[in-house]
Ligand binder design. Sequence first.
Ligand SMILES: Nc1ncnc2c1ncn2[C@@H]1O[C@H](COP(=O)(O)OP(=O)(O)OP(=O)(O)O)[C@@H](O)[C@H]1O
Length: 672
Amino acid sequence: MAHEPSKEQAEIIQSRANVILIDAVAGAGKTTTLCMTGIEACRRGLAPAAVTCLAFSDGAKKRFVEKLAEEGAPSGIAPLTIAEFALRHLRKLDTTGLFALPPLLGPAQVRDRLTEAAAAVWQRYEANGTQSDFDFGIEQSPDRIDHLFQVLRLLKATLSTHRFGDDDFASVQRFEMADELDLPVELIDICAAYERLREPEPGEFNWQTADDFVPDLVRVLDLNQGAAQQLWAPALYLIDEWHDVNAAEFALVRLLKRRARLIVVGDRDQVIDAARGAALRFSTDLFSATYPEAARLPLRRSRRFGAALARAASRLTSRPVEALDGLHTVQHKLAYDPGVPMGCARAVAAHVKSLHGAHHDVKLSDIAIVTREDDQSIDLENALIDANIPYRCEGIESYLLRPEILFMRALLHIVSGCYDTLDKDKPTVRAMVGALAAFVSMPGDAAQFDSSYLQVSRTARHDPLEQAIETVAATPASLHWFFDGIVCKPHDADTIITRNWKAKFAACVATLAERKETLATAADVLQAVRGMIDLKAAVGRAVPRRSEADAALRSIAHFAEFAAAYGNKPVEQFLQELRGRQRKLSARTDANRARAQLVLTTVRTAKGQEWNHVIVPYLQHGEFPRSADLAEERRFLYVAMTRAQESLTLCQPDEAHRRMWSPLLHGAEARA
Ligand SMILES: Nc1ncnc2c1ncn2[C@@H]1O[C@H](COP(=O)(O)OP(=O)(O)OP(=O)(O)O)[C@@H](O)[C@H]1O
């Protein structure tokens, strides 16, 4: 049903400015206002096909479609993601002969091309005598391939890939780029080699992925000034979630706008999508420099939360946030003793019980726990399981199945010789074998993989990882042989670094097995592993991006604390305990539809969503904020807080630990 526009919305709809930036707060009706504006333009005579509605993600596009329907838009207005929009234009250019549309490759094919690029770079390093600690054997490590995908995606989003052809790229720019992006230079070299395979001549591409549509269209339009004239020219662009725009998307909008009207809507305090290259400077400074004539119109009143939360959001962002009259959001401060193991998590679980128990109309699915990072979920998951509170992880993997934890679990199995708990649990075996391959190594060539330890099936021979998974799933005890005979076995193709790591892991497991009698509990074994292996270096090798490696290291530390907190059980019992917890979690996931579950998620995933009751845990130094970039941390907290409708609970250390209070919260209060 169409809404009556508010005064602020009416002002936007009536504005005749050629470029409008709608500066809004969370839940202020941004999408609704864009829809109203498009509908009004059609009412004034514009053909629906002349209105181009764009979003930056499938989720945002879906919401745009729903809102247009709700507001009664004519059927010809059909939102697109900006990638779909770019592909449409590339297809059009293909018909004019200005561009040859290449085949679209899937992830498996891209993985092969990346592996090829990594091998080429390694050979070049060897030939030139370039010293490097980097392990180029990425081919059978799903995590490392996945990470390369992410790096490549970021390089494309920032248009950095367009610099690979510059004259001084090899001498200077590759180091600058590595510094800028906080990445090893070897990763930049692999991406550059990959892009050279993909784009052998300027503007000519051998293949594309969905991440290429926008940067490739920008490239073609940059190389061929007349190409834009061949493309459709809409009269009105309506762009939602403008705060998510990245360099490539900004460049595309600038190239295609021409005489059209451009109306964008965003909330500059919601920029937290650095992984896809979103940065505040595009939607603010660069926008102002590119469109100095732009009208800036606000949407200040939230329709989601009440005045008290609006004031808190306002203090945090240092800009006015108002709430619609009649809305009310209760704010709780939940204090915990950070010196007590699982103190925060237990307080959260008790709070959930009180919310759910005290009000019969509060369903568990009305409640979300929103963490700053994935690794904070370990204690929370354990506390929820202990308190018998059904939950589901949204946008994060349960800690029991994260690679770094599975790696530690695999070592516990191997050292103790207990494999019962892996019986008939193929999903865990699959993930565990993958984790060992990521942390140690894995030969990519099936010939080198030939081993009497493993079953040889006709289909699996060419895919060593699948072969290993099948074998370990059928006979869990073969995990030991997989570790000894496959991942730790030196191969001719290994770099010296890989060989050293294999030797270190093998020696660690051998020593642990010898000391088995003195290492009575799981906590002892984990402690001993941490003493023998430089986990920081090992994790950094499996997960080269520093922030992710840091989160993985924290996960391992939490996991060791958990092992100690759970009564220092012998390894066998501890593995049983984990299995029991995992069973509960799977049962809960399977019964997803039947039973209400609380949502455990991170700020990144929570963005764009809302719940009646939101709990934000670990508001303490080192946890939230997580990084030194306090401006970005404040935006993370703002997104988390503004998901709440009826109640918001912020969890922080008790009075006795004031010095640990989060500077975000207390900085904001101090400002107030
Ligand atoms: N004029 C109006 N009258 C009544 N309700 C409205 C009006 N405009 C918007 N709304 C409602 O307000 C709610 C929030 O709107 P919308 O989803 O457009 O917000 P948003 O700013 O895009 O949110 P966020 O970015 O935080 O996810 C919706 O339920 C929408 O239907």
